[in-house]
Design a protein around this ligand. Structure first.
Ligand code: BGC
Length: 269
């Protein structure tokens, strides 16, 4: 069955859309009818592949390289999307990475890289999106909102994570960043929401699922007893970007098979 075209005539920017969750989000938005800028940092071939997948299915997309932590590059990316599609209706702040280290061994570079990409990148992209949304306002035939911003967070916005302090701090920061801009932008009819994925089977956490032993250990943390798939997150993003979720702003939805339910307490405590 064909996906209903709930994002018809809307255009979207998805950061870090060349792999993993970002790729699934871009494909889901395109299936719902959006034209999508596929942002990537390094891997042009992978980004082109996502574009081709979308085009083969009858959708519209183009690849655009930009480091989301660089102000000028982000501004240029928004200008490129606006030039190509006229405006931007949806931003999915997805680009993110891990630079894991024990806390006492963590270098300033590892700290800064993660905060710059994961948190500052969301600031820079959201600011450009909000300016465009406010300037344009609501265009009723596309959406009842003036724009939608989706911030990719993680269960680690609430679950502390030893050995990943930079990453957990960036995700905790995204939670408060998302809520604060949601409060500030709501009067402009701009909606902002967070998505907190748990363990989704992507390259970022390969060591956690690539062997049967690792997978068994991981499943102890997931009451629903399966690893998440990128499409689980893609479907949620498409819904959050659509008018079906029009009364939702300033909240984070967890898509984690129950990982955030303190599974260790199921038979303890
Ligand atoms: C991390 C993954 C991890 C998952 C659950 C995600 O935010 O990027 O590496 O598997 O959280 O712990």
């Amino acid at each position: 069955m064909k996906t209903p075209q709930k994002l018809k005539n809307q255009s979207a920017i998805v950061t870090g859309a060349d792999s993993g969750i970002g790729k699934a989000v871009a494909i889901a938005l395109a299936e719902a009818g959006a034209k999508v800028l596929i942002n990537y940092a390094h891997n042009q071939d992978a980004a082109d592949e996502v574009v081709n997948t979308i085009k083969d299915a009858g959708g519209k997309a183009f690849a655009y390289q930009c480091d989301v932590s660089k102000e000028n590059e982000v501004k240029a990316m928004f200008a490129a999307a606006i030039k190509k599609y006229g405006t931007v209706d949806i931003l999915v702040n997805n680009a993110g990475l891990q630079k894991d280290a024990k806390f006492v061994d963590m270098t300033l570079e590892q700290w800064n890289t993660v905060i710059n990409i994961n948190l500052t990148g969301q600031f820079l992209c959201s600011r450009e999106a909000a300016k465009e949304f406010i300037k344009r306002g609501v265009v009723e035939k596309r959406s009842v909102a003036a724009g939608k911003i989706i911030c990719m967070s993680s269960v680690h916005e609430i679950i502390p994570w030893a050995g990943h302090v930079n990453y957990a701090a960036s995700k905790g920061g995204i939670s408060m960043f998302m809520k604060s801009i949601a409060q500030e932008l709501a009067p402009h009819r701009i909606r902002v929401a967070g998505i907190a994925p748990g363990a989704i089977q992507t390259p970022i956490n390969k060591p956690a699922w690539e062997t049967p032993e690792a997978m068994d250990k991981l499943l102890e943390l997931i009451p629903y007893n399966r690893i998440g798939q990128p499409a689980d997150v893609g479907k949620l993003a498409a819904w959050l970007a659509s008018d079906d979720s029009d009364y939702i702003t300033g909240t984070t939805i967890f898509v984690d098979g129950g990982m955030s339910l303190y599974p260790g307490f199921a038979d303890n405590g």
